[in-house]
Design a protein around this ligand. Structure first.
Ligand SMILES: Cc1cc2nc3c(=O)[nH]c(=O)nc-3n(C[C@H](O)[C@H](O)[C@H](O)COP(=O)(O)OP(=O)(O)OC[C@H]3O[C@@H](n4cnc5c(N)ncnc54)[C@H](O)[C@@H]3O)c2cc1C
Length: 423
């Protein structure tokens, strides 16, 4: 049956293909949507970071990413080019890391997400979650040991917090760590861990059997692609069938008396409050990420509706389409304002967990809607990977869920507003 449907491939489709190529051609060209002029007088470092990430996205990511996404394969070929941007490590200073301002780091994140969510999540797991934890909670010796190789992307990191039974309530995690001489013996399971099956360094959050507090341990592997380098007691299994962010691999991890040397325990991670300090910073990154997805979808919708004609005119000429574009733009602009303010507050040291929740909740909610609206405005083509918006739409579902779902952000904000914890 399939053969019959494909009969005569390549004949008679020249006109169709030419027309579709013309529709697709302009969809990924940035329009620098910025109606509140936030990008005017950008500091040179922020403008430079954005330009460098944009060049990487346009030249290296966009031409190949749909194929990797469809095959659910990690694009290893991009790592040397990503390292060459000089932007890995974000705001971390020293160890060869970029040492960016918050604004520069945020703009670079939005720019990468404008291209692709999977690569952006890879970098977020590597730099913000894993390097960020080591930088915030590790000793000087540990930072010197691990961060330089991670900046060069020679060492891939993973951040293992979520468990099969504990997602939103990860504070209740059940993985245990028991001190035995110079080692810790870890038992338990983790789920959804980005880079988990391919990481050289895995930050494992586990509860100390002695005092019941949550602590962090770094498990090392020489070569994740060599099964012989698997530490005894560690197993990783890639999660199949994921319909968003398909080009980054998530894994189930299992620890069966895994031994980690005491030298690999992060000394400043002494309770779940320390985990929360890491998560408060990464939620800022998730907001810029949502902004990047929103920009990609809005700009694709404008470009497409300008050239797609129905009933004798470009569909952008119709009032209903313009109303949709106007609604998308007004939400996008509010997201931009929130993200720029996030960077200012972070730089000033007055950023709080509630602010992080407000920004994450608003931006992911709005970007999710913008992605749906763009998908609609592209008609049937909005369902095709070739037209990019479908990828952003499903990738935004992931942003909506990780770093705290919308409900969880509401509960955190509600507790602050009312003084009553509803969870
Ligand atoms: C693609 C992807 C990548 C990820 N990467 C990582 C990673 O690298 N490392 C890591 O540690 N984790 C990672 N995660 C895990 C992620 O952080 C969790 O999925 C997230 O915290 C939500 O947990 P859950 O999926 O178990 O959903 P659940 O917590 O089971 O939530 C299910 C539903 O219940 C709602 N809910 C939960 N509690 C309440 C409540 N009290 N009141 C009202 N509603 C509630 C939620 O909002 C949601 O709608 C990743 C997840 C995904 C999908």
């Amino acid at each position: 049956m399939d053969e019959l449907l494909d009969a005569g491939p390549g004949t008679g489709f020249a006109e169709t293909d030419e027309y579709l190529a013309a529709l697709r051609e302009r969809l990924t060209v940035p329009r620098d949507t910025d109606y509140m002029l936030l990008g005017e007088n950008l500091p040179a470092d922020a403008a430079d970071a954005r330009a460098r990430m944009r060049a990487f996205v346009d030249a290296k990511v966009l031409p190949v990413i749909n194929g990797y996404w469809e095959r659910a394969e990690f694009p290893w070929e991009l790592l040397p080019h990503l390292a060459a941007t000089g932007l890995v490590g974000g705001v971390i200073k020293g160890h060869g890391a970029a040492g960016l301002s918050r604004l520069a780091a945020g703009l670079a994140t939005a720019e990468l997400a404008r291209g692709d969510g999977s690569v952006n999540t890879f970098l977020g797991v590597q730099a913000n979650l894993t390097m960020g934890t080591i930088n915030l909670l590790g000793s000087q010796e540990q930072k010197d040991r691990w961060l330089p190789g991670m900046v060069r992307l020679e060492k891939v990191g993973a951040f293992a917090l979520t468990e099969p039974r504990h997602g939103s309530d990860s504070a209740h995690l059940e993985t245990t760590a028991r001190r035995e001489g110079d080692s810790w013996v870890i038992n338990g399971a983790k789920r959804w861990i980005g880079n988990g099956s391919m990481a050289h360094l895995v930050v494992i959050w586990a509860r100390d059997e002695a005092d019941g507090e949550v602590k962090a341990f770094v498990m090392e592997r020489e070569d994740p692609r060599d099964p012989k380098s698997l530490p005894a007691g560690f197993s990783a299994r890639t999660i199949d069938g994921k319909v968003g962010k398909r080009a980054i691999l998530q894994a189930d991890l299992a620890f069966d008396n895994l031994r980690v040397p005491d030298a690999n325990r992060l000394p400043e991670a002494n309770s779940f409050r320390d985990t929360s300090r890491v998560l408060a910073t990464t939620r800022g990154g998730a907001s810029w990420e949502a902004l990047g997805h929103g920009i990609a979808c809005f700009e694709a919708a404008v470009a497409y509706t300008e050239i797609r004609e129905q009933f004798g005119q470009p569909v952008a000429n119709y009032q209903l389409v313009q109303a949709t574009l106007a609604s998308m733009l007004s939400e996008l602009t509010a997201m931009q304002l929130l993200c720029f303010r996030t960077a200012e507050l972070q730089e000033a040291g007055t950023w709080s967990g509630t602010m992080a929740s407000i920004a994450k909740m608003h931006t992911s909610n709005k970007a999710r809607t913008i992605a749906q609206q763009a998908r609609d405005l592209l008609g049937g083509n909005g369902l095709l990977l070739d037209f990019h918006v479908a990828r952003h739409l499903t990738d935004m579902e992931v942003v909506h869920t990780y770093e705290g779902t919308e409900f969880v952000q509401s509960l955190l904000i509600g507790r602050k507003v009312t003084g009553k914890s509803a969870f």
